[in-house]
Ligand binder design. Structure first.
Ligand SMILES: *Cc1c(COP(=O)(O)O)cnc(C)c1O
Length: 382
C-alpha cells in the first residue's frame, strides 16, 4: 500500500532479450522459466509482459507457482511444472490442463490415478536422471515406466522427455555435461524403440543454449537470460570470443529504487548506526534510505555496497538494518529529502548492476534476484 521501495520491469529490455534468445533458438519452442516469482521480477507483471510479446509457454517449479501464474492472467498460456506437485496440486493441474513433470514411478501412479478418476488426459513430461543426481528416472528404471505409460495410453499424453544439466555454464563441467547428453540420447532411443511419441525432447537451460547449442533440439527452457543476465561471466566471455561481439546483447529488465527518508549531519569521531563499525573520519552528511535486509537488501553490503543518488555513487555507512540503511552523501551537493535512490539500475551515466551488487556480496544473480520480497510492488515501464 505505502511501499518504501519499488521495482520497475522494463518492457524494451525484455523485448531485446527475447529477440536475442529467439535468434539463438532458431525455430525451437521457448519455454519461459518463471520460477522463483519470475526470478524476483514478479510473476504477474512479467508473465503479462512476456505474453504481450508473444511468449505462450511458461515453466515453474511447483504447483503452487503454477496456480499463482494461472491466477495472474485471463488468457491461459501453456504451463509446465518442472518439479514439485503434491497430490492436491496434481489434481488441480490435471483439471486445468497444466503439464506436470513425472520424475518417479510413485508420481506416475498418482498421476494416472487422478486422470482415471477425473476422466481427463494428463499432460506429462518424463524426467530422465542423466547425471545431476537430483530427480528423474534412471535409465534402468525407464522401461518399467514406459510399459506403464503404454498400458495407460488413453489417460496420458506425453508432451516431453527431459533432463537438466548439472553446470552447463562452466567448461570445467564439460565431461559431465557431455555424459549427460549421451545418457539423454539413450533415453530417447528407449522411448523411440517402444514406439512412444514425444512432442519435445528438451535439455537446454540458458547455459545449454549458449554453450551446447546442439542440445536445443525442438525446445529450450530459458530462465536467467530473459531477465538480461548471462548464466555466469564465463558464458558471456565464450560467446563474446566466439563471435567477436563486444556489446552485450542482453539488457537488465529490473531496477529497484527508493527515496531519501532523512538527512543527518555527523561530526568527526561520531559513530553511524548500530555499534562501532563506522566512525566518521571527518564531518559527514548521511542520508537514510528506508530499505534493509527485510526487503532483500543483503547485510553483507554493510559498510561496502553503493547506491545512486543525484547520479553519483553513495557508499553504505554502517550496518544494513532490518528496514533502513545509511549512505554517505557528504560529497554529493544538494541532496534533499525525497530524492530518488537507485539500489539496482541506472541514474545518469552511473549504474549499479545486480551482478556488481551480488559480486560485492558474494551471491549469485539468481539468489539475489529471487530474494527480493514479493511484497515490493513491481511496475512495468517502457
Ligand atoms: C531453473 C531451470 C531452468 C532455467 O535455468 P536458467 O539457467 O535460468 O536458464 C531450466 N530447467 C529447469 C529444470 C530449471 O529448474
Amino acid at each position: 500500500m505505502f511501499p518504501p521501495s519499488t521495482i520497475a520491469i522494463s518492457r524494451s529490455a525484455f523485448a531485446a532479450n527475447l529477440a536475442f534468445i529467439r535468434s539463438q533458438l532458431g525455430g525451437a519452442r521457448l519455454c519461459s522459466v518463471v520460477k522463483g516469482n519470475a526470478y524476483g521480477h514478479g510473476v504477474k507483471p512479467f508473465v503479462r509482459m512476456a505474453m504481450d510479446a508473444g511468449v505462450d509457454y511458461f515453466g515453474v517449479y511447483s504447483a503452487d507457482e503454477a496456480y499463482k501464474l494461472m491466477k495472474a492472467v485471463d488468457d491461459k498460456p501453456d504451463v509446465f511444472i518442472m518439479g514439485m506437485v503434491e497430490d492436491e496440486g496434481l489434481e488441480w493441474a490435471v483439471e486445468h490442463g497444466v503439464e506436470c513433470c513425472i520424475h518417479d514411478q510413485a508420481r506416475l501412479e498418482a498421476t494416472l490415478g487422478i486422470a482415471e478418476r477425473l476422466k481427463k488426459k494428463v499432460l506429462v513430461h518424463i524426467e530422465v536422471e542423466t547425471g545431476m543426481h537430483r530427480s528423474g528416472f534412471r535409465l534402468d528404471q525407464l522401461p518399467k515406466a514406459i510399459a506403464r505409460l503404454q498400458q495407460a495410453s488413453d489417460l496420458v499424453e506425453i508432451i516431453g522427455l527431459f533432463t537438466h544439466f548439472a553446470g552447463a555454464e562452466s567448461h570445467a563441467n564439460d565431461g559431465r555435461v557431455v555424459d549427460q547428453m549421451m545418457h539423454f540420447e539413450l533415453a530417447r532411443n528407449l522411448m523411440a524403440h517402444a514406439g512412444m511419441e514425444v512432442r519435445y525432447a528438451h535439455q537446454a537451460c540458458s547455459a545449454g543454449v549458449m554453450n551446447y547449442p546442439r542440445t536445443i533440439g525442438d525446445m529450450a527452457r530459458v530462465g536467467i537470460m530473459q531477465y538480461g543476465f548471462w548464466s555466469n561471466t564465463e558464458t558471456w566471455y565464450r560467446f563474446s570470443a566466439k563471435l567477436g561481439v563486444h556489446d552485450d546483447p542482453l539488457r537488465r529488465v529490473i531496477s529497484w529504487s527508493s527515496r531519501v527518508m532523512a538527512l543527518t549531519d555527523v561530526h568527526a569521531g561520531g559513530f553511524i548506526g548500530y555499534g562501532s563499525s563506522c566512525e566518521a573520519q571527518g564531518d559527514m552528511r548521511i542520508a537514510v534510505v528506508p530499505v534493509g535486509y527485510a526487503h532483500g537488501f543483503d547485510r553483507g553490503l554493510s559498510n561496502f555496497g553503493r547506491v545512486l543518488i543525484r547520479g553519483q555513487q553513495a557508499r553504505i555507512t554502517g550496518i544494513v538494518n532490518m528496514n533502513a540503511m545509511c549512505v554517505d552523501v557528504t560529497g554529493i551537493p544538494g541532496v534533499q529529502r525525497g530524492d530518488p535512490v537507485v539500489l539496482i539500475g541506472a541514474q545518469d551515466d552511473q549504474r549499479i548492476t545486480v551482478s556488481s551488487f551480488s559480486e560485492m556480496s558474494e551471491q549469485l544473480n539468481y539468489e539475489m534476484l529471487t530474494r527480493l520480497p514479493a511484497s515490493i510492488p513491481r511496475n512495468i515501464i517502457d
